[in-house]
Design a protein around this ligand. Structure first.
Ligand code: SAM
Length: 309
C-alpha cells in the first residue's frame, strides 16, 4: 500500500473484514471474544493505514469503546467498516465516567480505550483509568501503535539513544522559559508537542534558554498529506519561523542534546530565569555572576537574550 501521499484514504473496510477474521483464526485456541479487561488501543496519528491488525481485532471485538470524542472515533471506526457502542471519556468527565467503566469491567466486559489520535495516555486522557483498573484488579492490556513522539524521533536524525519526552510546554512565556531552564542541562534529546500558533514563540524561547546552537527538528503533519520535517539549529529554526506565516497542522519539536561547551550555559540560564522572576535585570545579573563566577558581560548577554527573546 502506498504510504502517506494519497489524497483521500482508500476504502479499508473490505480488507479490514478479512484481517479481523484472519487474526481471530490465528489465535484458534482462544475464544472468539476478548477476555474481560481494559484494552489501551493506539490508533493512527494521520494515515489510517497505520493501525495494527491486533488493534482492529480488539476494536471489532470490544463490548464498548471509550474515547475522547465520539464523533472522531465514530468516523475512524467507520473508515474501517466497524460500528461499536461508544462512550465519551475525557479530562472533564473522567471522574463521573470512572465508576461506570469499572462496573462494566466488573461485569466481565472488554473495554477498549482510544484517544483522538495516537497512543492513549501520551499527552492524552487515560492514566487515572488505567491506575484505577489496576487498583481494582482488572486486566489492563496495551495494544501498541502510532505515537507522534516516536514517529518524529524515528525520522528526524537526532540522537535516539537517550531522550526525554516533555509533552506540551506552558503557554505563558515566563513559565515556559522556567521549564526550559530546568530541562536545559539534561544530556539527552528532548521531545516536545506544540500547537502551530505557538511554534514561533516557543522556538525563540528554546533558542534563548537551551542555546541557539543546538540541533533541532520541527516535524509537522507526520504521516499526513502535507508531512514536513525541517532540521537546523534552534537559532536558525527560530529565525525561519519568525519570518513566515503561522504554520498549519500538528507539530513535534525535537531538540538534540547539548554539546559539552553549551552544557555550561544552561545553568546560568536556569539561575537567570529564576532571578529575573523576582529581581530587576541588573540585580539578577549581579546575583548570577556572583553565584557562578562567570563573566559579567556573558551573563548580561544571556539575560538580554532571555528578556528580549
Ligand atoms: N496521543 C498522541 C500521541 O500518541 O502522539 C498525542 C496527543 S496530543 C493531545 C496531540 C499532539 O501530538 C499535537 O498537538 C502534536 O503536538 C502531536 N501530534 C499528533 N499527531 C501529530 C502529527 N501527525 N504530526 C505531528 N505532531 C502530531
Amino acid at each position: 500500500m502506498n504510504g502517506k501521499k494519497q489524497k483521500s484514504s482508500p476504502d479499508y473496510s473490505a480488507w479490514v473484514r478479512c484481517l479481523v477474521e484472519a487474526s481471530g483464526e490465528e489465535a484458534a485456541s482462544k475464544p472468539r471474544n476478548l477476555a474481560p479487561g481494559l484494552y489501551v488501543v493506539a490508533t493512527p496519528i494521520g494515515n489510517r493505514g497505520d493501525i495494527s491488525l491486533r488493534a482492529l481485532h480488539t476494536l471489532a471485538e470490544a463490548d464498548v469503546v471509550a474515547c475522547e470524542d465520539t464523533r472522531v472515533t465514530g468516523a475512524l471506526l467507520h473508515g474501517y467498516g466497524l460500528k461499536k457502542p461508544l462512550l465519551s471519556y475525557h479530562d472533564h468527565n473522567a471522574a463521573e465516567r470512572l465508576p461506570e467503566l469499572l462496573a462494566r469491567l466488573g461485569a466481565g466486559e472488554a473495554v477498549a480505550l482510544v484517544s483522538d489520535a495516537g497512543t492513549p495516555l501520551i499527552s492524552d486522557p487515560g492514566y487515572k483509568l488505567v491506575q484505577a483498573c489496576r487498583a481494582a484488579g482488572h486486566d489492563v492490556v496495551a495494544v501498541p501503535g502510532a505515537s507522534a513522539l516516536l514517529t518524529a524521533l524515528a525520522s528526524c536524525g537526532l540522537p535516539t539513544d537517550r531522550f526525554l519526552f516533555a509533552g506540551f510546554l506552558p503557554p505563558k512565556k515566563t513559565a515556559r522559559q522556567k521549564e526550559l531552564a530546568e530541562l536545559a542541562g539534561i544530556p539527552a534529546t528532548l521531545v516536545f508537542y506544540e500547537s502551530a500558533p505557538r511554534l514561533g514563540a516557543t522556538l525563540a524561547d528554546m533558542a534563548a534558554v537551551l542555546g541557539g546552537g543546538r540541533h533541532a527538528a520541527v516535524a509537522r503533519e507526520l504521516t499526513k498529506l502535507f508531512e514536513d520535517m525541517r532540521t537546523a539549529t534552534l537559532a536558525e529554526l527560530a529565525g525561519q519561523y519568525a519570518e513566515e506565516d503561522t504554520p498549519k497542522g500538528e507539530i513535534v519539536i525535537v531538540v538534540g542534546p547539548p554539546d559539552a561547551a553549551e552544557a555550561a550555559l544552561p545553568d546560568i540560564d536556569a539561575l537567570l530565569v529564576q532571578a529575573l522572576a523576582t529581581q530587576t535585570l541588573r540585580d539578577a545579573v549581579a546575583a548570577v555572576t556572583a553565584a557562578t563566577g562567570a563573566k559579567k558581560s556573558e551573563v548580561y548577554q544571556r539575560a538580554l537574550a532571555l528578556t528580549q527573546g
